[in-house]
Design a protein around this ligand. Structure first.
Ligand code: INI
Length: 164
């Protein structure tokens, strides 16, 4: 599995912790560091364009987008957070490659710290796990279309087991 990470430097204290979590999770799940490319961008607003370029290259199974948008005194926050969310979703839908939303959007720096290796876990780690799961989901769909796996059937597709 080959993964690209778009890492936004804005609020770097937070995003460095998210990136560390993502790298740890990828390696722990068998994605070797030399199969993981990391591209830095200035802020969350810049993530979608780079994510789309990477996804369109055809050499990555998924792209993980990492950033932190923290509400300040102005409305800038809403614009940046919305543009990042919309653009990341669009990059995935336009290319057919999973682009995972590992961008924190919080009211305060404390809330961001809690979600980047603090009391509430690490959203970078969660994003990396979501990327791996999405690659498996898409591979399971492709396997169903593969004549070599004809006859395989069952209710559960993808990586998870649906509840009864
Ligand atoms: N970028 C972020 O990643 N997080 C923020 O909280 C943020 N705020 O609050 O302004 C932010 N702004 C920069 C933006 O992403 C762009 O880099 C900049 O506007 C240049 O296009």
């Amino acid at each position: 599995m080959s993964i690209a990470v778009v890492w936004s430097r804005f609020n770097e204290e937070i995003t460095a912790r998210l990136l560390a979590g993502a790298r740890r999770a990828l390696e722990a799940h068998g994605v070797a560091p030399d199969r993981t490319d990391i591209l830095a961008v200035p802020g969350a607003f810049e993530i979608p364009l780079v994510a789309k370029h990477l996804a369109a290259r055809g050499r990555y199974d998924a792209v993980v987008a990492i950033g932190a948008v923290i509400r300040g005194e102005t409305g800038h926050y809403d614009l940046v957070a919305q543009a990042a969310a919309d653009g990341i979703a669009r990059a995935a839908l336009d290319t057919g490659v999973p682009v995972i939303f590992g961008v924190l959007a919080t009211e305060t720096p404390e809330q961001a710290r809690a979600r980047s290796g603090g009391a509430l876990g690490n959203r970078g780690e969660d994003a990396a796990l979501a990327a791996i799961e999405m690659v498996e989901v898409l591979r399971s769909i492709a396997a169903r279309d593969d004549p070599a796996s004809a006859g395989r059937s069952g209710p559960a597709w993808g990586a998870g087991t649906p509840p009864e």
